[in-house]
Design a protein around this ligand. Structure first.
Ligand SMILES: O=C(O)CCC(=O)C(=O)O
Ligand SMILES: [Fe+2]
Length: 369
């Protein structure tokens, strides 16, 4: 039976278009009150540190080779060399860069071109695809729940992509003309890779029925981020994306621009994830942290803005289907205590879309104290 698209998941308060604001930055009619909405209160000391703690070398996010992982001896029942690398990446970092993933370079490049093409359209054309009140899909911004909250210096375009019955094709741009086909193709390729990674994780965790993990690739959504340059971008006063962990199963991110911006929280500082040509950045989401009872870490990250250059990224999120549950897997919990509650996917998604993007707040709400 065809699944119907979930409704009433929540929405976000409307906010100014940041690309437009940035283009008019010299315009004296822009009131300081308007711009003040983007300036954060004094950052705490952890937020001031961009680099490795003093005396330590800057660490680099691990690199995983998917071809090797899935090849002979890669997994070896969870004991292979690449499997060990993946386990350590998920337990210690929560992030890795994925190479040799089998997605043709042309597919990635085409996706980048289409997303750049979309954000370069005149505002009126993009605004035709604007998020409607109470909706999460479309062009706009997410997770704005109060007029007082500090805003992110970015616009986003969010679409549900899998299963195909979840799509609202009225929101899929017809300009650039290749956008629809390209997104469809990209979405399938990325979903395949997500499934393969989740299967490998199941094997490493000793979960017999791999579908306990691979079901987290059943639904997919794509969040395209546009960060305009921001001349005020000195030391964390303005951020492109607030510190958050992803409230999903698994995220595969394509950094469209060469300009760095993504940073992950590690040992009290922020480690940059330098764009690696052809690689996808993968991160463990909150739902995997729940399913693995905290073994695999969903790590906080943020996007900083650049004073002179725009930046774009494409985050592809994978989650379970509606009508299923999220909770710690018995096989992983073993003799320990479950550390998180079990909730329906609907309940979980409503919690996420009614919350601010704020550190690991969703995990805190899921924890059994
Ligand atoms: O722009 C980036 O690199 C980060 C995007 C991100 O974290 C998200 O969309 O959840
Ligand atoms: Fe994220």
């Amino acid at each position: 039976m065809e699944e119907t698209k979930p409704r009433n998941l929540g929405g976000s308060l409307p906010v100014p278009n940041v690309q437009d604001l940035a283009a008019r930055a010299d315009d004296l009619t822009l009131t300081p009150t308007l711009l003040r909405r983007y300036v954060r209160p004094q950052p705490n000391t952890a937020d001031l540190r961009h680099d490795a703690p003093a005396g330590e070398e800057q660490e680099h996010v691990p690199i995983i080779d998917l071809g090797r992982l899935l090849g002979p001896n890669g997994l070896a029942g969870g004991r292979g060399e690449e499997a060990a690398r993946l386990r350590s990446a998920c337990e210690d970092w929560g992030f890795f860069q994925l190479v040799n993933h089998g997605i043709p370079e042309e597919t990635l490049e085409e996706m980048k071109r289409n997303v750049m093409g979309f954000f370069a359209l005149p505002l009126a054309e993009k605004a035709a695809l604007a998020q409607q009140p109470g909706e999460i899909e479309g062009y706009g911004q997410a997770f704005v729940v109060s007029e007082e909250q500090t805003l992110d210096w970015a616009d986003m375009f969010f679409l549900l992509t899998q299963p195909p019955s979840y799509r609202d094709l009225r929101l899929w741009p017809s300009n650039p003309s290749t956008f629809k086909n390209c997104l469809e193709n990209y979405s399938e390729e990325v979903q395949r890779v997500a499934g393969e990674l989740l299967g490998a994780m199941a094997e490493i965790l000793g979960v017999r029925d791999h579908s306990d993990m691979t079901r987290l690739a059943a639904s997919q959504s794509v969040r395209m981020n546009y960060y305009p340059p921001c001349p005020e971008a000195h030391v964390d006063s303005v951020l492109g994306l607030s510190p958050h962990s992803d409230a999903v199963g698994l995220t595969l991110l394509l950094q469209v621009s060469k300009v760095p911006g993504l940073q992950i929280r590690r040992k009290g500082g922020w480690v940059p994830v330098t764009p690696l040509p052809g690689a996808l950045v993968v991160n463990v989401g909150d739902v995997i942290e729940v399913l693995t009872n905290g073994k695999y870490k969903s790590v906080e990250h943020r996007a900083v803005v650049n004073a002179r250059e725009e930046r774009m990224s494409i985050a592809t999120f994978h989650t379970g289907k509606f009508g299923t549950m999220y909770g710690p897997l018995e096989e992983v919990v073993g003799d320990e205590k479950p550390r998180y509650r079990s909730v329906s996917v609907e309940e979980y998604v409503k919690l996420v879309f009614s919350s601010k993007l704020n550190g690991k707040n969703i995990m805190d709400a899921m924890k059994i104290n």
